[in-house]
Design a protein around this ligand. Structure first.
Ligand SMILES: [Mg+2]
Length: 180
């Protein structure tokens, strides 16, 4: 897998359980996926920067407020930190328009991250996500892409978009730690 400097992570379906057809609207609905805290502890020393990039249309649709989302992320970051992990920044796209430049698969949030952390180089960045839009985002920014989760069957997986695939973030972290 080589030596990567920056880790971009999707949130829903990577860090926490997805709520199909709904949004994570409050902390009670935010459930860490198994092994995620351990995974982030492993990944912490292995990357210069670790950031989350997440589409959250629920705000744009009025299903929750920006304050609700901030509160969820505040607690999420606290728990990650307490368990030895590190997230340097969380980028959120609340826009509902599919063609918003910030909404994955468009790369606005990657550009924001690079603005905040100028050392970020997409050619040494990994994007980990559970959806096609994450993989396409990674491709659009010319990052290495990692699919996690089981959203897609083998025949639905598009090889052109996927550099690596793992069952979950912990499996990825364990493999990455060994250097592949
Ligand atoms: Mg997702």
């Amino acid at each position: 897998m080589g030596s990567y400097q920056t880790l971009f992570l999707d949130r829903d379906g990577v860090i926490n359980e997805e709520r199909p057809g709904d949004y994570v609207k409050n902390w009670d609905e935010f459930i860490f996926l198994p092994g995620v805290k351990e995974a982030l502890g492993i990944l912490n020393p292995l990357f210069n920067r670790i950031v989350i990039v997440t589409n959250q249309r629920g705000v744009g649709y009025g299903r929750m407020t920006e304050e609700d989302l901030k509160s969820i992320h505040h607690r999420m970051l606290r728990e990650i930190k307490e368990s030895g992990g590190r997230i340097d920044a969380v980028y959120v796209c609340m826009d509902i328009q599919a063609d918003s430049p910030d909404r994955k698969p468009n790369i606005g949030m990657a550009l924001q991250a690079r603005r905040d952390f100028p050392e970020i180089d997409f050619s040494t960045s990994l994007m980990v996500g559970n959806s096609r839009s994450d993989l396409q985002f990674g491709r659009n920014a010319r990052m290495c892409t990692v699919l996690v989760g089981n959203k897609y069957t083998e025949s639905e997986k598009e090889p052109a978009l996927i550099d690596y695939a793992f069952e979950n973030l912990l499996k990825f972290a364990e493999k990455y730690q060994k250097g592949l």
